[in-house]
Design a protein around this ligand. Sequence first.
Ligand code: NDP
Length: 246
Amino acid sequence: MTDTTQKVALVTGASRGIGRAIALKLAEDGFAVVVNYAGNAQLAEQVVAEIETNGGRGTALQADIGDAASVARLFDQVLEAFGRLDVVVNNAGVMQMAKISSDNVEVLDQMLNTNLRGSWLVMAKAAETLSNGGRIIALSSSVLAKSFPTYGAYIASKAGVEGLVKVLANEMRGREITVNAVAPGPVATELFFEGKSDEQIASITAMAPLERLGQPEEIAAAVAFLAGPQGSWINGQILRANGGFA
Ligand code: NDP
């Protein structure tokens, strides 16, 4: 029979990077963890294996967060496997650089589809599924404050996410469900390194007064705080975990 006494967390985009670190941390904190991924089944299974080696419980489930049917199936599978859901972390995201030009509107469509539409779909299902005391946590980005050239589509998508977080926190009135976002500064993952020259990496790394990139585990710690008992009074907030990159 399914054990329904253990709290359950769903982490989207948990096959690598920040999502992987969040999944491992929440498992360490006692959650059974659903490791969602888009295409990298092997990496997701490795995260589950690591959770199990550490004495935890987890499962890997494929879903494209930008696709409504896929997200609905994901939540059904979570309930089927674990019988409950307590924490939803919508971490999955993509980043592509492009100037705001007529030629680049497909980049905007792609960013909005995964980062904003995906957040809408996952947060909506979380709102429908979580019981009282649940936590919804989205991933934004501290780059909103920088307005760097070529970040238009990405920043637009994440600004939208921050808007959704605050509205959903209000819509959860009476449900004892908190809704927050963590907005990392630059973190050492594939998403950050891809397409950047060594000079660009060095320049962005030096921007925060702490003069280094964040590590995925440092973002996972902020998410775990919001997901755990210590975060119970934090609601409708954007936690900028960024080493001072502001
Ligand atoms: P990575 O590129 O390292 O990992 C992205 C993860 O998202 C992968 O697990 C990938 O799955 C998954 N994913 C991508 N598209 C989809 C989709 N459509 N449906 C489901 N899963 C998907 O990214 P990071 O770990 O760096 O980023 C995680 C989050 O943090 C993102 O929302 C990002 O915007 C945000 N962030 C990151 C910063 C950084 O500097 N790294 C800074 C600020 C915010 P698969 O492996 O199967 O493709």
